[in-house]
Design a protein around this ligand. Structure first.
Ligand code: FAD
Ligand code: SIN
Length: 532
C-alpha cells in the first residue's frame, strides 16, 4: 500500500505532535507511530519543563546553567535560542489545555540539579502524561492529520530506494518518506511525503537498565545513519542517578525533583556523601551525581544508595509526588514518607543524535529532526535537567516553520520508489535469537560502556557488538521483517555508534568518563564527535 501526504511525522511524542499541529494548516500530515499513540518517553516524564517563567529568574541565568552543565560542548546559539523562545512555547502548551500545577494562582516552579533557581514547570510528577494528553486531544480535533498507530518505520526512503538508482552519494541525499511495517496486517507500506520529520525519541533500551519504555530503541538514529545523515556526540549517554533499585524493566524513575524538594542522598549506613563530589551536593548536575553514586557503590561493595525524604512533611510529599508515592507504595510496598528509597543510576537520555541546525534541518534534504533523536547542540556533554521537553518544544516549532517554507519552495515531484521486496526471505524459526541478541547487546553496553569506561572495556565492547551487528544484518537480509527484528537491528547499530564515538573521545568530560584519561582535554576535544 502506498500513502501520499505533504508531511510525514515519524513518532508521536512531544516533538512529533507539536510539529504536526503546526504544519497541519499548510498540508496533509501523516503521523506514524510504532505502538499506541501515547506510548513515548514523553508520556513518562516526571520532573517537568525548564523555562524562565519567574520574575526572579533570567535568560542569562538559564543560559549559564545550561552551558555550565554541558561542560564546554554546548552550541551557544542553540542554547540562547532554546532559552529565549522557551516561555512562548510553554504558554502555547497552556493555551491548548495543559494543566500545570499552580500555587497561589501562579505556576509552581520546582528545582532540579544544576539549576541555580526554581524554574521547573510541572504537572505534579506526571508532567509528560499531562502534556501528551493535551497534545493528543488537540490532534484529534485538527483536520488534515491522520495518525497510524502500530506502524513502525523500517527505513527512510532516499535515492537508494528509487527504482533503478542503487548508488548512494552520502553528500547529496534526499528523503521522500519511509517504509513502515503495519503490525495490524503484517505488511510493509510505503509512506511518501515532500517533508519528513524524524521524532522517534531516545535509545535507552540499548542498555540493560534504563528508565526508557520499550519503544526507545534508537530507530531514528539508526535509520538516519543508514540513510547517510550526519550523527554526532553519541558517547554522551545520560544516566539518571535515581531509579528505584530492583524495580524491573524499565527501571522506575524517582524524579530529580524529589531532591529539589529536599530529598537527601545517603549511603546505606546513613552517611551523606555528595559533599565530597560537589558543593551543590544532591543537587549537582546528573553527570556528577551518577558518577558519585557509582563510585560509592563500587567503594562500599553495595547495590544501592538511599534517597531519604523522612525529614519532609508526609502530606506535602504525597501532594507533590502522587505518582511516585503511589507506585512505590502499591507496586513495591515502600512508603517513601517513612522509609528511605533504595536508588541506583540507569540509562536515561541520549545527548547525541542526528545533527540539525537550529531550524531542525538534518544533512539530508527534506529530512528534519526534533526531540531526543536530534543533536541540536543544546546539551553538549551533559543535559541540564528538564531541558529535554523544552528543547523538543522549541526546535519542533522551528522545524515546522522551516518545513513549511521548504514545502512552498519544493518544485520537484516525488520519484517512483521500489516496492518492498521480501522475495527469497523466510519466516525464521529462530525468533528466540532476537531476544537473546538484544539482551546480549544490552549486557555488553551496561558492563563496558556505562558511567565509567576505559579503553580496554570499549575495545572489548566494540569487538563483541560488531560481531552481533554482522550476524543481525545477515539474519535481517534472509528473514521477513518483524518489529523485534527491526528494533534489534537498530539497537545494535546505536550500540556500535555509541562505542565508536566513545573510543574517539580520549578524555573525560561530562557524561563520558574514561579512566585512561582522567582529565578534560580542551586542546584536542573541545569539539563534537561525528561518526560516519
Ligand atoms: P518520545 O516522546 O520518546 O516519542 C518518540 C515517538 O516515536 C514514540 O511515539 C515512539 O513510539 C515513536 N517511534 C520510535 N521509533 C519509531 C519507529 N521506528 N516508527 C514509528 N514510530 C517510532 N525530560 C524533561 O525535560 N523533563 C522531564 O521531567 C523528563 N522526565 C523523564 C522521565 C522519564 C521516565 C523518561 C524516560 C524521560 C524523561 N525526560 C524528561 C526525557 C524526555 O521525556 C524525552 O527526552 C522527551 O520526551 C523526548 O520526546 P520526543 O518527542 O523526542 O520522543
Ligand atoms: C526527572 O524527573 O528527574 C527527569 C527530568 C529529566 O529527565 O530532565
Amino acid at each position: 500500500m502506498i500513502h501520499r501526504f505533504d508531511f510525514l511525522v515519524i513518532g508521536s511524542g512531544i516533538a512529533g505532535l507539536s510539529y504536526a499541529l503546526k504544519v497541519a494548516s499548510h498540508g496533509t500530515v501523516a503521523i506514524i507511530t510504532k505502538k499506541q499513540k501515547a506510548e513515548s518517553n514523553t508520556n513518562y516524564a516526571q520532573g517537568g519543563v525548564a523555562a524562565v517563567m519567574a520574575e526572579t529568574d533570567s535568560f542569562e541565568l538559564h543560559i549559564q546553567d545550561t552551558l555550565a552543565t554541558g561542560v564546554g560542548l554546548c552550541n551557544t546559539t542553540a542554547v540562547e535560542t532554546m532559552v529565549k523562545e522557551g516561555p512562548t512555547r510553554l504558554k502555547e502548551l497552556i493555551d491548548i489545555g495543559v494543566e500545570f500545577t499552580q500555587k497561589n494562582s501562579k505556576l509552581d516552579l520546582g528545582r532540579e540539579g544544576g539549576h541555580s533557581v526554581n524554574r521547573i514547570v510541572h504537572a505534579r510528577d506526571l508532567t509528560g502524561q499531562e502534556i501528551e494528553r493535551a497534545l493528543l486531544a488537540k490532534i484529534a480535533s485538527t483536520s488534515n492529520i491522520h495518525t497510524f498507530e502500530n506502524h513502525i518505520a523500517i527505513d527512510l526512503l532516499t535515492e537508494h530506494h528509487i527504482a533503478g538508482k542503487m548508488v548512494l552519494d552520502r553528500s547529496n541525499v534526499h528523503c521522500w518518506g519511509a517504509y513502515a511495517l503495519s503490525e495490524l496486517n503484517d505488511t510493509v507500506e510505503i509512506f511518501l511525503a515532500k517533508v519528513v520529520l524524524l521524532s522517534t525519541g531516545g535509545l535507552g533500551q540499548v542498555y540493560l537498565h534504563t528508565t526508557n519504555p520499550v519503544i526507545a530503541t534508537g530507530d531514528g538514529v539508526a535509520m538516519s545513519y543508514r540513510a547517510g545523515a550526519k550523527i554526532a556526540n553519541m558517547e554522551f549517554i545520560q544516566f539518571h542517578p535515581t531509579t528505584l533499585h530492583d524495580s524491573g524493566s524499565p527501571s522506575f524513575l524517582i524524579s530529580e525533583a524529589v531532591r529539589g524538594f529536599g530529598g537527601i542522598l545517603r549511603s546505606q549506613d546513613g552517611e551523606e556523601f555528595m559533599h565530597r563530589y560537589d558543593k551543590r551536593k544532591s543537587l549537582a548536575p546528573r553527570d556528577i551525581v551518577a558518577y558519585a553514586i557509582d563510585t560509592e557503590l563500587k567503594k562500599r561493595g553495595e547495590d544501592y544508595v538511599l534517597l531519604d525524604l523522612r525529614h519532609l512533611a508526609a502530606d506535602q510529599i504525597k501532594e507533590r509526588f502522587p505518582n511516585i508515592h503511589n507506585t512505590c507504595l502499591t507496586k513495591f510496598k515502600l512508603d517513601i514518607t517513612k522509609e528511605p528509597i533504595p536508588v541506583v543510576p540507569a540509562a536515561h537520555y541520549s545527548c547525541g543524535g542526528v545533527v540539525t541546525d537550529i531550524d531542525g534541518r538534518t544533512s539530508i534534504t527534506g529530512l528534519y529532526a526534533a526531540g531526543e533523536v536530534s543533536m541540536t547542540g543544546v546539551h553538549g556533554a551533559n543535559r541540564l535537567a528538564s531541558n529535554s521537553l523544552l528543547e523538543a518544544l522549541v526546535f519542533s516549532h522551528r522545524a515546522a516553520q522551516s518545513s513549511v517554507e521548504f514545502l512552498k519552495s519544493y518544485a520537484g515531484s516525488i520519484p517512483e520508489v521500489n516496492v518492498w521486496d521480501d522475495s527469497g526471505t523466510f519466516n525464521s524459526e529462530e525468533w528466540i535469537l532476537i531476544s537473546h541478541n538484544s539482551l546480549e547487546v544490552q549486557q555488553i553496553m551496561w558492563d563496558y560502556v556505562g558511567i565509567v569506561r576505559s579503553d580496554l572495556r570499549l575495545e572489548r565492547a566494540f569487538r563483541r557488538s560488531e560481531l552481533i551487528r554482522n550476524e543481525v544484518e545477515t539474519f535481517y537480509k534472509k528473514t521477513k521483517v518483524t518489529t523485534g527484528l527491526i528494533e534489534l537491528r537498530n539497537l545494535v547499530v546505536c550500540a556500535t555508534l555509541i562505542i565508536r564515538s566513545a573510543m574517539k573521545r580520549k578524555e573525560s568530560r561530562g557524561l563520558h568518563v574514561n579512566t585512561d584519561y582522567h582529565k578534560r582535554d580542551d586542546e584536542k576535544f573541545l569539539c563534537d564527535t561525528v561518526v560516519d
